[in-house]
Ligand binder design. Structure first.
Ligand SMILES: Cc1cc2nc3c(=O)[nH]c(=O)nc-3n(C[C@H](O)[C@H](O)[C@H](O)COP(=O)(O)OP(=O)(O)OC[C@H]3O[C@@H](n4cnc5c(N)ncnc54)[C@H](O)[C@@H]3O)c2cc1C
Length: 294
């Protein structure tokens, strides 16, 4: 096995290798295809401790924890405002606020307008945690937040299954699992940031400077009537199919709303699997059986 992650390319881009490195010589950077992958910034300072490889989900077969659900529930938030702001039924946020009230901090994802990307951040109040609501359908940059986590305190950490699997290896390594609640979700895969940058640049021609993005916006209703397929053609079997894939891009004074059913290009590319990371196609251990075994 390699002593560090220098040779790892096109991985999950979870950033846990960078967070765990005791010398802080690893970062994750977007590669030419628009996906995060690790870079060893100062190879001479590497002591070959191997921590980065040991927590890397991509470098290991199998899961950090066996997938054996104890119990399963279908649920949604009873708070209408939360259901409206969240992508699905808002259960993720209900867990966030419950654990905040039990002295946990939260490592979740917000959209950062300054860098036009999704970033993990730490929230210790409900006010700060509100930005975690809603799925940001782009790959999140995790490193700053994961580095800030104090292993002696209690945290809820949310993320894609691959981010969470590496993070679990990290807390197993340091024997502090009891301080953490980890929450992932069914994941379609992450689209390329090259696509998002081009798409948002086009949108900015209409909106001006972007201040907020909502990928599953419910302002105009939860459901999006589906009258054509991803190739722009109406299909009989799709006629009664509904969803809320409505991208709302907001600037200071106006907004752009764009729906999958009306041919939104970002969703067309994302949901037709035309722009996912190499690891999502070739090496995702979380799709299919393990996550559907319920
Ligand atoms: C990239 C991506 C792909 C997904 N693919 C599917 C799918 O194929 N099928 C399916 O059923 N569900 C998928 N989901 C999950 C779905 O969108 C909802 O998040 C989920 O149903 C929970 O909904 P909610 O209303 O409880 O919470 P939400 O309001 O959606 O928020 C849930 C949590 O997701 C976290 N989060 C948001 N964006 C990101 C991100 N970019 N990376 C990591 N964590 C993030 C937030 O921190 C928050 O705590 C996907 C989510 C993402 C981010």
């Amino acid at each position: 096995m390699n002593s560090n992650i220098a040779k790892i390319k096109s991985c999950y881009g979870c950033g846990v290798c960078a967070a765990v490195c005791p010398h802080r010589i690893i970062d994750i950077r977007l590669n030419s295809e628009g996906y995060y992958e690790p870079r060893v910034m100062d190879a001479d300072s590497c002591t070959g401790c191997g921590l980065c490889v040991s927590v890397c989900s991509y470098s290991h077969d199998g899961m950090a924890q066996r997938q054996s659900p104890k119990e399963c529930y279908a649920a949604w938030s009873e708070d209408e405002e939360i259901r409206k702001s969240c992508s699905s039924g808002g259960v993720g946020y209900e867990l966030v606020r419950t654990l905040l009230s039990e002295e946990y901090k939260v490592a979740g994802v917000r959209y950062d307008a300054e860098t036009n990307r999704a970033v993990h951040y730490i929230a210790d109040t409900e006010e700060k945690a509100k930005a975690t609501m809603g799925s940001k359908y782009i790959q999140s940059y995790t490193v700053d937040a994961f580095r800030q986590i104090d292993r002696k305190q209690k945290y809820l950490v949310t993320g894609t299954p691959c981010q969470i699997d590496s993070f679990r290896r990290y807390i197993q390594k340091f024997r502090c699992e009891e301080n953490f609640v980890l929450m992932d979700f069914f994941c379609h895969g992450v689209p390329s940031m090259n696509l998002w940058k081009k798409y948002s640049k086009e949108a900015e021609k209409t909106t001006g400077e972007i201040v907020e993005v909502s990928w599953r916006n419910k302002t105009f209703g939860w459901h999006d009537s589906w009258d054509m397929n991803i190739h722009g053609k109406r299909r009989e079997e799709d006629v009664n199919w509904h969803d809320s894939y409505n991208l709302l891009i907001t600037e200071k004074k106006s907004f752009v709303s764009s729906r999958w059913s009306q041919g939104d290009l970002f969703f067309k590319m994302f949901l037709s699997n035309s722009c996912l990371g190499k690891a999502c196609y070739a090496k995702c251990k979380f799709k299919g059986k393990p996550h559907r075994q319920i």
